[in-house]
Design a protein around this ligand. Structure first.
Ligand SMILES: [Zn+2]
Ligand SMILES: [Zn+2]
Length: 166
């Protein structure tokens, strides 16, 4: 969605509300496609005392397998964006200012970038996920495996200790 902001820049007090969604289901992240449902985007562009600002709230569901145990897990995230808009090309584009020389703003592009940068690099089914046993591969959330009962010593390490002793 590209917003034409001429009327906002021209009129103090003018506001355009934004209530849309963005399909990012084909966005590849860490070898998967975690955004299976559209990103919800709500907010507005407004002119307050001659200063044009955009405020957006984006919400999305992140669906991927747990980093530790591999269980498919969905978690909801929200990102807020608040920036000023400037028409002058001299105004330096920064973290707080977006330049729109032609008074047109590509909302989709803005949302895509913000959401993509916010995607979680750590994804667990629960904070306390125990993951798999490195030895036998059992999902330890479903109960302990037999390996753990042997004094918690990895048999490979035990073997190594044996070799060092000799
Ligand atoms: Zn897990
Ligand atoms: Zn085990």
């Amino acid at each position: 969605m590209v917003l034409d902001l001429k009327s906002v820049f021209a009129n103090e007090g003018k506001e355009i509300s934004i209530d849309t969604s963005l399909d990012m289901s084909d966005t590849d992240f860490s070898g998967g496609f975690p955004l299976k449902t559209p990103v919800s985007v709500k907010g507005s562009v407004f002119n307050r005392a001659g200063v044009v600002e955009i405020k957006l709230q984006m919400n999305y569901d992140f669906c991927a397998s747990c980093d530790r145990c591999g269980t498919e897990t969905v978690k909801s995230y929200g990102v807020d964006l608040s920036k000023m808009l400037a028409t002058s090309i001299e105004a330096e584009e920064s973290d707080t200012i977006i330049t729109v020389p032609d008074m047109k703003l590509d909302v989709d592009e803005l949302v895509f970038t913000e959401v993509f940068l916010s995607l979680p690099t750590k994804h667990l089914c629960k904070e306390t996920c125990k993951g798999f046993c490195f030895n036998c591969g059992k999902n330890l959330n479903e109960g302990d495996c037999d390996c753990n009962k042997s004094d918690g010593i990895d048999p490979r390490l035990a073997k190594l200790a044996e070799l060092i002793d000799n």
